[in-house]
Design a protein around this ligand. Sequence first.
Ligand code: ZN
Length: 264
Amino acid sequence: MATRKLPPYYEKQERNELHFAVCPACNNPVQIIGLNKRLQHTDRPYAKHYHKSIVGLAVFNKEAFESCSLAHPRKNLSKDDRKPICTDRERQILLSLQENFDQVAYLFQLYSGIVMTPHLAKQMLEWFVAEQGHLYRGGSLINAPWVFVYLSRAQSLWGRKIKDAELQEVLSKKVPTGSINENGQFITKGQEKVFFWFANHKQGKSTDNDLKETMDFFVTCDEKDIFNKTITFDYELFQRLINTPVEKRTYKETFTELAQKYLG
Ligand SMILES: [Zn+2]
């Protein structure tokens, strides 16, 4: 239906019908296997990187293919590892963050339980720019919203609005003078230093042989771990969010304007 059997998405060879698309992570051409014919080894069609350019669709880029997380998940990623040069793909990451920063903020709130304020967004954006986050070796177009906060340094939780009930409870019980005030903000009466941060970004394969990426979320009180959880990147959710028309989004201009100012 989507290709209407027309080029550049479709090519008829003697006995075969080839269907093409573009890899969402590296922008190389991919061939869709098992679209019309049921496969013996799996009941789902899947995409395989195609090592030639397809006119009108995508140019094959070997370097991009070799660093594609969907083709080659990286087991050992270091937070400080940067790509040596900025190509179109890294520029696209910056552009996607700018255009969809309201949804990046929404996602952050969803998986961390902490409300993203313009002030926090500004701190994270400054850090991302200073750290050249778009060149992070484990970054791609599909994981940009997670990598964006992953690369941020530890941030104080004092005065932040907490949405997640479990985190609210931990902060009230495990921080000696900690409580949640009537506005839902975390406060302390004492001197405890409470921070949140992210670590251990990992890429691997899921049981379905898809890419699976995770990172760990930590909350510490005076350097003692009081809360942690593993966050699995949900690419489909991010795609759905960025395909939501602007007028239907919860957060609007404030965040996108901030992102344009720092990343533009
Ligand atoms: Zn790829």
